[in-house]
Design a protein around this ligand. Structure first.
Ligand SMILES: *Cc1c(COP(=O)(O)O)cnc(C)c1O
Length: 375
């Protein structure tokens, strides 16, 4: 079986974990965490990075940091992972789900302005497959209506909008190091803060609502309960694992991009014959090769393709189910139809893409997709 994903290993994980264990400081604001944070800050010019134990946690922190109150409205895509929405629902926000674009699963920026009311507090962006939304449009809207921009950048390590790394343009961006992402530590993530007025608050919320981090720096005589907060820190074991992966990011990205481009090239004839729609990358966005997906012409065809590949030992998978139509939210959603989000729920399929995927395996996968479409 060719699996959909195999987590990447740098090969240095065990020796870095052993080094972390020798320090006998496995929790708190230890050096291994700061090393990962500094690496990210210097490579991608984030103003400040806080490592977390997941992107989900980073999103939950962000909702507290911008002080979402019951009844506040948050604009977000329907075609996304549940964590994007859950973080704000937990604080009592009203979720204003927005449709995707016809040529990309990302939220359609042109729909946003008409959804803004005097209760709107934030626009939550998701950059699907690591492909940036149109930031200049979003920034103009946020400025005009005085809204926070929070990014679910879970899939966006090493992604760019024009020359700016994703995570440097909004107020807060949340990234994931879950084992399904390009680099990982099993479960992990970080929150990048670019709005300096949110920095101190984030530091407190991420550390159980205490000023323990300032205490560790010797800035206060004792640490106290200052605000609401979460236990969000990874251990030194996760950070050590992660640091070994961060060091290999260029190598991982080069390989993934090569595999991604190879899929695109081999499957292009199926787009020419209008049988599938290959991924579209706008001029302002980079491609970090997080996902290789394409769009089938119907749900039945997509499901048949997944079964056909499965019977040939290939694990291809669909992706999100529109959140506005989910069992939890369906009755709370207003009546807008979100046709593009539904289209991606029904027709999008993802091919296996991971560092260790072999060229001959990839050629086999493509040959089976082509065989399916020539039947
Ligand atoms: C992976 C992912 C998440 C969740 O990340 P975790 O680190 O597993 O919490 C959230 N949003 C999106 C868009 C994702 O792809």
């Amino acid at each position: 079986m060719i699996p959909f994903n195999k987590p990447y290993y740098s090969g240095k994980e065990k020796s870095y974990i052993a080094k972390a264990m020798e320090t006998k400081i496995l929790t708190g604001d230890m050096k291994m965490i700061r090393d990962c944070e500094s690496f990210l800050e210097s490579k991608y010019h984030f103003k400040k990075v806080f490592l977390t134990n997941s992107c989900t946690m980073a999103l939950e922190i962000s909702a507290l940091v911008v002080d979402i109150q019951p009844g506040d409205e948050v604009i977000l895509p329907s075609y996304t992972y549940v964590s994007t929405a859950n973080a704000f629902a937990l604080r009592g926000a009203k979720l204003i789900f927005t449709d995707s674009k016809s040529n990309h699963p990302n939220m359609d920026e042109k729909l946003i302005e008409s959804l803004i009311t005097d209760k709107t507090k934030a626009i939550v962006l998701v950059h699907y497959a690591g492909v940036s939304c149109d930031f200049s449009m979003i920034q103009n809207l946020a400025k005009k209506h005085n809204l926070f921009i929070i990014e679910d950048a879970a899939q966006c390590i090493d992604s760019y909008y024009l020359d700016s790394p994703i995570g440097t343009l909004g107020d807060i961006a949340c990234f994931s190091f879950h084992e399904t992402k390009n680099i990982h530590c099993g479960e992990g993530g970080f929150i990048a803060i670019n709005n300096p007025t949110l920095l101190e608050k984030t530091e407190i919320i991420r550390n159980k609502g205490t000023n323990r981090t300032a205490f560790a720096r010797g800035e206060v005589a004792k640490y106290e309960w200052i605000d609401l907060g979460f236990s969000s820190m990874p251990s030194a074991i996760s950070a050590a694992f992660l640091f070994s992966q961060l060091e290999k990011i260029e190598k991982v990205q080069k390989k993934r991009l090569r595999l991604w481009k190879n899929y695109f090239k081999i499957l292009k004839p199926l787009q020419k014959s209008k049988q599938i729609q290959l991924p579209f990358i706008p001029k302002y966005a980079s491609n970090n090769a997080h996902i290789f997906y394409f769009i089938c012409s119907s749900e039945i065809e997509r499901n048949d393709l997944i079964s056909f590949l499965d019977s040939n030992g290939i694990q291809a998978v669909f992706h999100y189910q529109s959140l506005h139509a989910s069992p939890y939210y369906k009755s709370k959603h207003d009546n807008r139809t979100l046709a593009n989000a539904d289209k991606y729920s029904q027709c999008l399929v993802r091919m296996p893409l991971f560092y260790d995927l072999k060229t001959d395996e990839q050629e086999f996968i493509c040959s089976k997709v082509i065989e399916f479409y020539s039947k």
